[in-house]
Design a protein around this ligand. Sequence first.
Ligand code: XBP
Ligand code: MG
Length: 256
Amino acid sequence: MSELTALIFDVDGTLADTERDGHRVAFNLAFQEASLGWDWTPELYGELLAVTGGKERIRYYLEKFNTEFQKPGNFDEFVAGLHAAKTSFYTKLMADGAVPLRPGVERLIQEARDAGLRLAIATTTTPENVTALLTYTLGADSLEWFEVIGAGDIVPAKKPAPDIYHYVMEAMNLPPEQCIAFEDSYNGIRSSVQARLATVITTNGYTAHDDFSGAAIVLDQMGEPNADFTVINGEAGGHRYLNMDMVRELHQAANV
Ligand code: XBP
Ligand code: MG
């Protein structure tokens, strides 16, 4: 039986509901600034989330939803420029406090730190976005709480590929049996499960109907002592909010 040593968190949708009110808004601001006339509504954005990564998502939009657009000759540069503008808008939104952490996230992170567990991040988003979210929610010091922040283009294949989890575990010199992952989406759990990680899912508006086969448990949120989670699938062992006791139990059950 391997001992639980590290918690590895996804960011978007897991730590905070950044997609609809953060990333989507920032994309639209970048499109406006470039006078493109594109509008990613909350509904359309739900479909665009099929593809992870902002640059990849812009390309997917043009392939599937806006095929009329005449691509400029320097298309790679065009996408990279738009995406850089989007990142700048996104980090400003975070600085304005546009998106809070989800219920239970800060409490669980503090509990894990108090228990001496190691922490890491495995995300598809751009590193600056992680820095901004953590700084403006948990404070600048929190960046040091995470031993490894695996983000963005650091691996060639983004989620659902397992590469980012492999990268993080290699950097921590830990096998999957000593870790547990926290995810919110189909692409996220495909990535973590392929990396052989026990995975706790907290769903959100965009992912409530995703296929979470292979999850240790599926919850609607981590919850708080005064705000119970709802179990969507799995066994919560009598717990009503996600604390470190429950995380250890889930890890143990997944690694027998
Ligand atoms: C997050 C994403 C990201 C963001 C956009 O997925 O899909 O692409 O939406 O970020 P996950 P960038 O939560 O599975 O990591 O624009 O910085 O790429
Ligand atoms: Mg996510």
